[in-house]
Design a protein around this ligand. Structure first.
Ligand code: MRU
Length: 334
């Protein structure tokens, strides 16, 4: 199977596939300190909830390597500042905060280690998070592929693939797992305005994996469903509230409403690290508002009048009742 290297820890540096340049250019950026990781997350060189979590953990490890301190107390204070900077990058995907908390917990658990050993331990933990993410995605894929039959046509929104994770993907991991089992699956990829994760990234990686793919504009999904050309929908998630509401890329909610109307199963594939038990309902999940330029421009091309009023929420909330099942590494849950 083709392997996409979204994130890599190499020689105490973090190498990221720059997703802003895809599909035209496959270029990598090298981060040698935590600030460049923070900027890469903010500017979406790396994106997708699990990938953001893994990058943040590696950012903490880089930050730790750069700390000089005589006492654990001093080290921890400086590490907290690193985590605070990384926490400010993007507000919605909980995997970011989950990874930062895990790195802080491991630091506290190893407070008796001398500085060099503690730095080494944090590096090891970040790499462990990376490998675990791939394993978890493989398990999600296995559970999810049981829902797919040979010849099925699946609609997806945004990019929840290898590019959005340490590797393999969540929603697209389900497709890859089905493909590995010999099932032919046809994927309809929503373009996903305004950032075009579907058009630029999902199609790119599905093509690399040899999956039959059709790119559609977001507003074409209803008519395809009405013509009975979609068998099910599978999307990823950025944060799942305690009541099962799912926050994911803007436009996911409208796909879920359409699926309900047409009696089409709507699945969410996500690791349990995307679940936030501290948040009661989807309405309480912070939704990132991004630059208006993403709406008024496509790359450098202006497509709307200057000074037009714009809103650009990056995510929306799909109420739990519209979701057929959530596929995690532990199996299916309603
Ligand atoms: O703004 P992005 O590109 O980071 O948003 C990504 C999504 O909404 C994905 O669907 C989600 O993170 C799941 S990725 C496995």
């Amino acid at each position: 199977m083709y392997t996409i290297k979204t994130i890599e820890w190499k020689n105490d540096k973090v190498i990221l596939l720059d997703q802003r340049l895809l599909p035209q250019e496959e270029a990598y950026i090298t981060c040698d300190d935590y600030l460049s990781v923070a900027k890469a997350i903010e500017h979406m060189a790396v994106r997708g909830a699990p990938a953001i979590g893994v990058a943040a953990a590696m950012g903490v490890a880089l930050g730790a390597l750069g700390i000089s301190a005589k006492t654990f107390g001093d080290f921890y204070k400086k590490l907290e500042a690193v985590c605070e900077r990384l926490a400010k990058t993007r507000p919605t995907a909980v995997n970011l905060f989950w990874a930062l908390e895990r790195m802080k917990r491991v630091t506290l658990e190893n407070k008796s280690l001398e500085l060099l050993k503690l730095q080494e331990r944090l590096k090891e933990e970040a790499i462990r998070i990376f490998h675990e993410d791939i394993e978890i995605n493989r398990m999600i894929g296995k559970h999810g592929s049981a829902l797919l039959k040979d010849g099925m046509r699946v609609l997806t929104h945004c990019n929840a693939g290898a590019l959005a994770t340490a590797g393999f993907g969540t929603a697209l991991g389900v497709i890859y797992a089905a493909q590995e089992e010999g099932k032919r699956i046809h994927v309809y990829a929503d373009e996903t305005r305004p950032w075009l994760q579907g058009a630029r990234l999902t199609t790119w990686e599905l093509q690399k994996h040899g999956v039959e793919t059709t790119l559609i504009c977001d507003n074409m999904a209803a008519s395809l469903m009405a013509k009975k050309e979609i068998d099910c929908v599978i999307v990823g998630a950025d944060r799942i509230a305690a009541n099962g509401d799912v926050v994911n890329k803007i436009g996911t909610y409208s796909v879920a409403v359409l699926a309900k109307h047409h009696n089409i199963p709507f699945y969410v594939a996500a690791p349990t690290s995307t679940m936030d038990p501290n948040i009661k309902t989807g309405a309480d999940i912070p939704i990132e508002e991004r630059d208006a330029r993403e709406v008024t421009h496509i790359r450098d091309q202006q497509i709307a009048p200057t000074h037009i009023h714009v809103i650009n929420p990056a995510f929306d909330c799909t109420p739990h009742e519209l979701i057929t099942a959530i596929i995690t590494e532990k199996g299916l849950s309603k």
